[in-house]
Design a protein around this ligand. Structure first.
Ligand code: IMP
Ligand code: MG
Length: 178
């Protein structure tokens, strides 16, 4: 598996440190607000598990599953594969994403959930690629701003592979061209 990685972009130690900082910041900002964290599957699963262990306030959690990507380029279409189980009316919603790229997915999700009248919608992302933004959406909390490269690991995949790497790595270009 690791033979497919060109270089480590973010080490496991750096991830641990930044995720802890963001978890503590969110705990301060949302103290007393009983927010609901909504993980966007599948990419969020490792990030959210680690983040939540640094959130020290009362809160609840739910998950959505969406798909928008095939390979390394967006199809532009967002499909809801699993919707929320919880009622979000009047709740402070915090969307938890692996990576904010074009922003198409989160922009769609925000509009989709807004109709249910949450008190607020915030976004926390592990990584942000600001250079690639197409939709008018920004992260309230981001652990890392990264350059325009396709990355895998710590939950992120290329065609469902490499999610189990403990660090964030850049894939070798020859992997795409196979
Ligand atoms: P957006 O709609 O273009 O912002 O794309 C968001 C989704 O695309 C993320 O939740 C990821 O699942 C996927 N994605 C975007 N960039 C990468 C990447 O570099 N590696 C793996 N997945 C990515
Ligand atoms: Mg993905």
């Amino acid at each position: 598996m690791e033979r497919a990685i060109e270089k480590v972009l973010i080490s496991a130690e750096e991830i641990e440190q930044h995720v802890a900082e963001v978890g503590m910041k969110i705990s301060e900002d949302f103290a007393g607000k009983d927010p609901i964290f909504v993980g966007v599957l599948k990419g969020c699963f490792i990030f959210m598990a680690d983040l939540m262990r640094h959130v020290t306030i009362d809160c609840s959690m739910d998950f959505m599953a969406v798909s928008s990507y095939k390979g390394t380029t967006s199809t532009g279409a967002v499909k809801i594969n699993k919707d929320l189980n919880e009622d979000i009316e009047g709740r402070h919603l915090i969307l938890v994403e692996d990576i904010l790229d074009s922003g198409v997915t989160l922009n769609y999700l925000k509009n989709y959930l807004m109709v249910r009248k949450p008190a607020s919608i915030s976004i926390v992302t592990l990584m942000d690629k600001p250079a690639r933004r197409k939709a008018d959406v920004y992260a309230d909390y981001s652990c890392f701003d990264i350059p325009d490269a396709f990355v895998v690991g710590y939950g992120l995949d290329y065609n469902e592979r490499y999610r189990n790497l403990p660090y964030i790595g850049v894939l070798k270009p020859e992997i795409y061209s196979k």
